[in-house]
Unconditional design. Sequence first.
Length: 257
Amino acid sequence: ERGSALTAARLRCRNVVLNDPARRNALSLSMLRALKEDLLHDVKSKELRVIVISAEGPVFCSGHDLKELSTQDDVKHHAQVFEMCAEVMTLIQRLPVPVIAKVNGLATAAGCQLVASCDIAVASEKSRFATPGVNIGLFCSTPAVALGRSLPRKVALEMLFTGEPLSAHEALMHGLVSRVVPEDKLEEETTRISHKICQSSKSVLALGKATFYRQMAQDLDTAYKITSQVMVDNLTLRDGQEGIEAFIQKRKPVWSH
């Protein structure tokens, strides 16, 4: 059970596909390991500029495989599942390229966590998002980490306390996803965003992404100190100078990445 598929490394956009629709693309331990491997594959290549995570079938991701969590005395395995899940979710934000969730269907529990952990999320109008663990006696505490950092606190807590889903448009209104489009436009819109990202310098984007997540965890004064220094550092990059020179000379920049 590999659970995902890679495009050729030479392509600028890598598509990682959750491909276990019979099990609602559940994040089993093997699926999580495969996802981690695919996210890290050739990630330092100059050619890789963006990663898109999508899924086969009507469910984007149903969260953890509950069959793996049903034995009370297998505490070690349960710990491995949640540790690997946390590792994958934090890895997404540490990768040097933007990661886009392309959601066409239901995303629940750790599947909702996956969407919230991505840098950008594009959803079809039929998509829904929920953290229903409370209904089966397993509160979605780890998904709450990502939800609490993407949604207003009261919206996140209502999802966590009731298990009721957000519609795609409610998810957009509250900031869980970036865009909502008709199902037949999902591929087109995700591709448009990916191509726009590919036009920028990889080194500049990597610096900007890392700095964004770093400063978000700081108070306002510290955030400005960090980002002011990063702006200075950005100007020392070859692509930083190339971009400014190209703007002044009214030409397209030629990035070295």
